[in-house]
Design a protein around this ligand. Sequence first.
Ligand code: FES
Length: 211
Amino acid sequence: MTFPYSEIVLEHFRHPRNVGQIEDADGKATEGSPSCGDMVSVYIKVDPEKKTISDIKFESYGCASNIATGSIITELAKGKTLDEAKKINWKTASEALGGLPKIKAHCSVLAVEGLRSAVQNYEERHGLVKEKKPTTEDEIHRRLRKVMNPLSGLDLERTNLVKNVQLKDGFVRVVIDLPPDHQFSHSIKEEVKEKIEPLWDIKEVVVEFIA
Ligand code: FES
């Protein structure tokens, strides 16, 4: 199937800007699309005084629309304040790209979600979250849906690797259905902690592997 991509989309797809990782990122996030299973990661460096995005990079494991949107949103977000960056939506991105086929809207939503989550990650890590709602088990499960199971390329929840989640007085226990010495146990553990620990009312996250 071919889609009528604009010249701007094609140009950003062929020469994406700001591709890669930032090793010591101040905020980072990986988002997966429920529609297609593709993923995008966004990394930001933040000027702590001005609260502006001083550097931003992205990695896309998605299609041409996703790569082009990742590229354009990094250009749009660079130099902006965190609040301005959060206002960038798929419509802004799509307009800046000269339009995207409707069937590809979810691809730009994915990239925009990646940017928003990276900003949110920064805010959580720096105690800047304005709406401090108590964390629920649902929120823990929602975050576990953002941790990839490297065995399948899908998330931990969708591949039924989460055996149990307990939340009590700021302590979280997550049980994963894999043996402790599995080759991916260490990286899964790190990623689970990374996703849950920044929540403002969480004191400790314990990840156990039982298979
Ligand atoms: Fe998956 Fe575009 S089809 S990101």
